[in-house]
Design a protein around this ligand. Sequence first.
Ligand code: GN1
Ligand code: MG
Length: 339
Amino acid sequence: MELEEINKIVKHFIPNEDVIAFRINDKGLINQTLVVSVGKKDTQQFILQAINTTVFPFYEKGLENIILVKNQLNKSAFSYEFPTPILDKYICIDGVIWRISPFVVGSVCYNVVSDESMAFEAAKCIGIFYKSLHNFDTKQLHTTLPNFHNGNFRLAELDKAINTANTDRLDNVNELINNIHISRNVLQKFDKLNAELPKRVVHFDAKINNFLFDKTTNKAKAIIDLDTLMPGTVLSDIGDMIRTFSNTLGEESKNIVEVKADFDIIQNITDGFLSSCEIVLTKAEKDDLLFSGKAITLLQCIRFLTDYLNNDSYYKISYPEQNWIRAQNQWALYCSLKG
Ligand code: GN1
Ligand code: MG
């Protein structure tokens, strides 16, 4: 995209200023994200995003969720930044849905956890998020992505993909399909727990690069990427934290034989989380925190594998076998996890 085109879009939100520079942010696998600098004097940075409406068909309901949660957090003791779309709105320009959110000044984003205190900090932050929203009635929120973390649904999607995949891709993955099949019971247990545990406001994408850290102090500073905010259970966020924080090589690593969970990091996740919200959790929620890491990692393995068999129609890729590598990476991590 050219500066002029970006400027035109930004003018819909900030009419009296010009975009003077921009850069592409390629951390997310779904939406298109740019960092734009606006205004010649007192330049301010913003995050400009085009929403992938195939993945988020109910993006308007998603925005309602974001605004409701923001208002509730503003009334509580939540002390982290929670950057939401400016003007509380999305704008459709030439068929594309755009939004702008504030850039968190003085922050840094990491794709992997490099020391245990980062894990503790981020988990404590999400724990405060849970505590702050404990009394919020989740019935007010829309389920914008039905079955998002439903094991049975993800297995059925995999079966569908197996039936339509081309043979080259299918030949590669036979062994992993068998292994997943043998592990089905993990997802059955996960679905059962999700049906029984209390409904909470869940971020549903609590991976490490959706926390921003303070550049100077390295304390957690913000939670970002709010498209998946909806009702769910504690297992989804704890599970995604375990999945992404404990994998110190990262989910894109091709070094599959070296992929394994770091258990000190996992201990810091549960310690950090419980340090801030143990008081609002039930015993049943606390009992299966470790198990959630296994279940969410298996679920993510299945999602990457399914997309590989569907010829990469969902996740962005930058090389042909990337979803297959991601699936193997998640399988290796899954095998190393306990719970
Ligand atoms: C997607 O776009 P991004 O990177 O924020 C996905 C998550 C996956 C993640 C894997 C809506 O998130 O569920 O865990 O990729 N989001 C959606 O990295 O499917
Ligand atoms: Mg996301």
